[in-house]
Design a protein around this ligand. Structure first.
Ligand code: 13P
Length: 250
């Protein structure tokens, strides 16, 4: 059985006290979420230790939004996978389209980041997804395939078994424009088929999350799709009630 996951990517939002409060609210509401749905929150680096305390004992997973592509050393401003694991972070978002677009993250860098994260026992949440012009040109399958082949196909099956995939069409992120459930299901099934081409039956065990304007009002329909195993939530994860309502949509 694939894990059902609802992960909140806070991006660059909330001060530390605000983040502590939000994490506490999510932890307080966790009992309203169906058993078997894993909640994960991804605050900024500065918040991780405080948020860890705020969610202690709740079963909520703690996730970072990035890690360095080097192990350690003279890389001013970077945070390593080892540093994250030293504050008990369990997951790390890698390859988010905002990082690909604004910070020049290449496939080569992402391979290094994923390897370093896995070495430290972190589970990467690896993001893929096409831009609007790529979808309009009918190239979405091709784009997502290359994001998968060039990065995830470098992993061993054992490494791959610890990766979560998130499909986030760039045109749906923060725009209020969600992929329809049939658009999302179509590409999720395609991603699973691509993974199966390399990893065989393991592809059935990999959780593939949908991200992009996922809200309480559309989560139920999306999560009902066979190959959608949960969501990676941006804006709606900044309000505890909305985030929890999405997690109750299973
Ligand atoms: P929104 O839910 O705000 O569209 O963001 C999605 C996202 O980028 C999550 O990583």
């Amino acid at each position: 059985m694939r894990k059902k996951i609802v992960a909140g990517n806070w991006k660059m939002n909330k001060t530390v006290p605000e983040g502590e409060e939000l994490a506490g609210q999510v932890a307080a509401g966790v009992s309203s979420v169906p058993a078997g749905v894993k909640l994960i929150i991804a605050p900024p680096f500065t918040h991780l230790s405080c948020v860890r305390k705020a969610i202690a004992g709740s079963g909520i997973g703690l996730c970072a939004q990035n890690c360095a592509d080097h192990e350690k050393g003279a890389y001013t401003g970077e945070v390593s996978a080892k540093m994250l694991s030293s504050v008990n972070v369990e997951y790390v978002i890698l390859g988010h389209s905002e990082r690909r677009e604004y910070y020049g993250e290449t496939h080569e860098k992402l391979v290094k980041k994923i390897e370093l994260a896995l070495e430290q026992g972190l589970s990467p949440i690896y993001c893929v997804g096409e831009k609007l012009e790529e979808r309009e040109a009918g190239k979405h399958f091709e784009v997502v395939d290359s994001q998968i082949r060039e990065v995830l196909f470098t992993l061993s099956p054992e490494q791959m078994s610890r990766v979560i995939v998130a499909y986030e069409p760039v045109w749906a992120i923060g725009t209020g424009k969600t992929a329809t459930s049939s658009q999302a299901q179509e590409i999720h099934a395609h991603i699973r088929k691509t993974l199966a081409g390399k990893f065989g039956a393991l592809a059935e065990e990999i959780s593939i999350l949908y991200g992009g304007s996922c809200k309480p009002s559309n989560a139920k329909e999306l999560f009902a799709c066979e190959d959608i195993d949960g969501g990676l939530i941006g804006g709606a994860s900044l309000v505890a009630d909305e985030f929890l309502a999405i997690a109750r949509s299973f």
